[in-house]
Design a protein around this ligand. Structure first.
Ligand code: PA5
Length: 501
């Protein structure tokens, strides 16, 4: 059940240029770099029309070729997933995800999640935002049966992969002990992404070495998440993994829109998150998007003002300033969403994730006084999860902090937030706020769905297809061609290299 105060809010009040009473240098800057309230007002009919278009795309069976690719399945997915679970229970896709997550939780102490791009960033964002900051370091008792989680296959980093395998080899020596068992979730919608496939090959070989090539654990503790067809599914079948143990990514949901498919849900459930609350949050956001008028519709507002700032005021840098280090990966997830969805036809804003206050001591100077090409979207949390850490009274006051002894970390952060945005406003630097009441599965579910919907709406507004990522293919094609053109090392040399000669 959603409580009203659990709704996330979006406010763009500071983006609106105040009515100037007299000419001042600031008023001139505001007129140039902020939005006129009339311009936002004029957007209303267009926003309603675009909402209608995006909503109707959910039903299109055979869209014309010029509209392809069209992958609007993510819009209704959260509610559909919950409905199917209510109707079919364990036999539904969510039922399958929960069963497999439980298997991993009960039988392993470590899980490696392999995947890249949309098959990685959502799960990482959920892990960082919602799990304990030191989850992997916590003793098993405090983790309450939730395995440690590692992410790989999101790069081609020889040493990082080697060190992960080294860690597993050194910490897991007795496969009969559940606390020394580890498993794998391998995620690839296409089933053919080289980074993920190569990492899976190494990890699969390591597992076979650990459990024995014929061990049942291999079939039990490797969970592939993939599209209805492809090389990964074929390989899983060849390894004796049945379809019943392979959650499926629907065809009509694109990679970066797939966080509420098993791509995000299986890792989330494995790390002990409440996936139903995530889906409820996402579904509530879809409902707000479809039903609420512009004034109460964060998706339409966010899309409209982001569009105007980029297309009409030339703010081609879009900073997601996250006010909390646990939110950084949500920023990276949005980086991909924005880049791959709207970075097309020589257009599209460039996303930049900044963690405040950390990056006020690095990028802050540029944001305050550098090129005027940026819009800053703050992502701010109203209530921290834990009671405030007080500055406190100390015997030695050389640091002069006793004056703040009864102030807590949230007070300091609030002062930093207000002070920073005031400083930006005083220089006509545009900022807006996405406000989370707290960081919970329910609010993060709303947030991710809001950003996905707003990105699609923004694409439709700018006449850019938000689905597909044709530009990503160029590097993949070259990489494959180069790999094929380079001869394999002779066997002896491979062995020498592995020994570090
Ligand atoms: O958004 C996308 O579709 C991409 O970023 C993919 O998620 C990414 O390339 C990984 O693809 P796959 O899941 O097929 O391995």
């Amino acid at each position: 059940m959603q409580l009203p105060d659990e709704n996330i809010e979006y406010s763009y009040a500071r983006l609106l240029a105040p009515l100037p009473e007299a000419w001042t240098p600031l008023a001139e800057l505001q007129a140039k770099h902020l939005l006129s309230p009339e311009r936002v007002e004029q957007m209303r009919p267009l926003m309603n029309a675009i909402r209608g278009k995006v909503a109707s795309e959910r039903e299109l069976q055979n869209p014309p070729a010029k509209d392809l690719p069209l992958q609007a399945g993510f819009i209704n997915l959260p509610q559909n997933t919950l409905d199917a679970y209510r109707r079919k229970g364990d036999a539904s896709e969510l039922g399958k995800v929960l069963r497999l997550a439980q298997r991993l939780r009960e039988n392993t102490d470590r899980v490696v999640v392999l995947g890249i791009g949309g098959s990685y960033l959502g799960a990482k964002a959920l892990f960082d935002a919602l799990c304990h900051t030191f989850h992997n370091e916590l003793p098993p008792k405090l983790r309450m049966g939730k395995p440690r989680v590692y992410f790989e296959g999101n790069n081609v980093d020889n040493d990082a992969l080697t060190e992960l395998l080294e860690l597993l080899e050194n910490t897991c020596v007795e496969p009969d002990l559940p606390e020394e068992r580890w498993g794998v979730i391998v995620v690839s919608k296409s089933g053919g992404t080289l980074e993920t496939a190569a990492a899976y090959r190494a990890v699969r070989a390591e597992m076979a070495k650990y459990y024995g090539p014929k061990s049942d654990w291999l079939r039990q503790l490797i969970i592939p998440v993939t599209g209805p067809k492809g090389k990964l599914r074929d390989l899983a079948h060849a390894d004796g993994i049945a379809d019943d143990d392979i959650p499926t990514i629907p065809d009509d949901v694109g990679g970066r829109y797939s966080v509420f498919t098993p791509v995000g849900l299986l890792p989330a459930a494995t790390m002990g998150l409440d996936v139903r609350a995530l889906l409820l949050g996402a579904s509530a956001m879809t409902k707000r998007f479809l039903e609420e008028p512009f004034d109460r519709n964060p998706v339409l507002q966010l899309a409209a003002v982001n569009h105007l700032m980029t297309e009409e005021l030339g703010k081609t840098g879009r900073v997601m300033a996250v006010w909390g280090k646990k939110l950084e990966s949500i920023g990276f997830w949005y980086d991909q969403l924005l880049s791959e969805s709207l970075g097309k036809n020589n257009r599209g804003a460039t996303p930049i994730t900044s963690v405040y206050t950390r990056d006020l001591h690095s990028r802050g100077q540029q944001h305050q006084e550098g090129t005027r090409d940026k819009l800053i979207n703050n992502l701010v949390v109203r209530h921290p999860k834990h009671p405030p850490v007080l500055v406190g009274m100390a015997d030695r006051n050389e640091d002069d902090l006793n004056q703040f002894s009864r102030k807590g970390y949230p007070d300091v952060l609030d002062a930093a937030f207000k002070g920073t945005n005031q400083a930006y406003a005083d220089a006509a630097r545009p900022t807006a706020d996405i406000v989370l009441p707290g960081v919970t599965e329910h609010t993060v579910g709303q947030l991710l769905q809001m950003l996905m919907l707003a990105t699609v709406v923004e694409g439709r507004l700018a006449n850019i297809n938000p689905y597909g990522q044709p530009g990503v293919e160029a590097y993949k094609k070259n990489m494959m061609a180069l790999l094929k053109a380079t001869p394999n090392l002779p066997k002896g040399e491979v062995a020498d290299q592995m020994k570090g000669k």
